[in-house]
Design a protein around this ligand. Structure first.
Ligand code: NIG
Ligand code: FE
Length: 405
């Protein structure tokens, strides 16, 4: 695509380079330009500047008066590939059962795995493709997707092959993560070690051998997988060249953040429950903290303490966690609103968490995540707006007029 965008009221999220993640006071720094133009050539941001310096070019032109132009969101944590809705479980919760109780009786992740097992690979792909289109319309311009509803070698590979096809056909960058250690299948109920062996020594070598995953993940939580499993997973990932992005501290804290940080995880995600040791470990590492406010809203659990993380100079990303159990929403516009109203971030901090920093959390910072010459022109054009704060202000709505991908 070649296009010139003119009279942009505010061009938001400009960077000169994307060498370092934003943390501390830098997390709240957003460079903007009033009354700007931007030129897209061959789908890449070629140049931008003030309207007073707008060059004469012969290409399609679009007037952006009264509107903001910003980079699309980056969703560094999703479970977009899944078989079916689990709305019945929401109903059970509203009748008094907890997320953990539902999981213990074969619901939860195991429920998703049974449904995925029964679904054809083609159908799984078709449904995921529809969801991906929806995600893009909502302003997401790059996305990570996990396996983890397979829990057998065949079904984990089925999920990852679906992600591979999405990757090859998608207009936005996609990264894939192997999450074999998501829940213990019933047949391994009393033999976690055997399942861990299967994940690390049978599933992972085949998956890595076929280049089906970019990262490795585990659900490290009371009742799921423990510190010893976390260590095994990160070591196995290292052996096969897959960095770790891990689920930790959703419901409890027992040293997982420290271990993941010490072992060089790219990101630790969830972090709803945090103690001093967890903060210190993050401060002494390069690991990125990732908050998932749509999950907190849906399950009515605490929000990731975003304000504290930023005040402690820890880089924060925010992602959707889109999945059928704990976050059936991929809407990062709503996540933006929650980041401000519930996690007490400024609009600028939340914006950086959802764009620039999230790009680092899935290593696409050279391609997307800011308005920078040479990056992909994956852009959000808003409806008429006063400023960036209008997005979290009109929470639950969508300030997007159109997206350019
Ligand atoms: O990130 N916490 C573990 N995994 C997902 C939920 C999975 C599910 O309930 O299907 C999450 O919240
Ligand atoms: Fe998740």
């Amino acid at each position: 695509m070649n296009l010139i965008l003119k009279n942009i009221k505010q061009l938001i999220g400009i960077t000169e380079n994307s060498d370092v993640i934003k943390k501390g006071t830098a997390q709240g720094e957003v460079t903007t330009l009033d009354n700007a133009y931007l030129i897209i050539r061959d789908n890449i941001i070629e140049s931008f500047g003030p309207m007073s310096e707008c060059p004469e070019v012969s290409m399609d032109s679009h007037d952006c008066s009264n509107r903001l132009l910003l980079p699309m969101y980056v969703d560094s944590h999703s479970h977009l590939v899944f078989a079916e809705s689990r709305s019945g479980e929401m109903k059970m919760r509203l009748h008094g059962k907890t997320y953990q109780e539902i999981a213990e009786t074969g619901g939860g992740i195991l429920n998703s795995a049974a449904k995925l097992h029964a679904m054809s690979e083609q159908q799984l792909y078709d449904d995921a493709q529809v969801r991906l289109e929806q995600v893009i319309k909502q302003g997401t311009g790059a996305i990570e997707m996990k396996s983890g509803y397979g829990l057998s070698i065949e079904d984990e590979m089925k999920m990852l092959r679906v992600i591979r096809v999405l990757k090859s056909l998608s207009p936005i960058p996609i990264k894939s993560t192997f999450l074999g250690a998501h829940a213990l299948p019933l047949e391994f109920k009393d033999n976690k070690d055997a399942y861990m062996y299967l994940v690390c020594n049978e599933m992972l070598p085949r998956i890595a051998g076929e280049g089906l995953a970019d990262y490795i993940d585990i659900f490290c939580e009371t009742g799921y997988f423990d510190l010893n499993d976390l260590k095994q997973i990160i070591e196995a990932g290292d052996k096969h060249g897959l960095k770790a992005k891990v689920h930790v501290n959703q419901f409890s804290t027992f040293g997982a953040v420290k271990l993941a940080c010490e072992m060089g995880a790219l990101s630790v995600d969830h972090l709803e429950v945090m103690n001093d040791e967890d903060y210190t470990a993050l401060q002494n590492s390069n690991t990125i903290a990732t908050g998932l406010p749509l999950c907190s809203l849906f399950l009515d659990i605490p929000y990731t303490p975003g304000r504290q993380l930023i005040d402690k100079n820890i880089p924060l990303a925010i992602a959707s966690d889109f999945n059928p159990g704990s976050a059936p929403s991929s809407n990062l516009n709503l996540a933006f609103g929650l980041a401000c109203s519930q996690m007490k971030l400024t609009p600028e901090e939340a914006f950086n968490a959802l764009t620039y920093n999230a790009a680092f959390a899935m290593e696409v910072q050279d391609e997307v995540g800011s308005i920078q010459v040479g990056k992909k022109a994956n852009l959000i054009l808003t409806k008429p707006a006063n400023g960036l704060e209008d997005i979290p202000y009109w929470f639950g709505d969508n300030m997007i007029e159109s997206v350019i991908v």
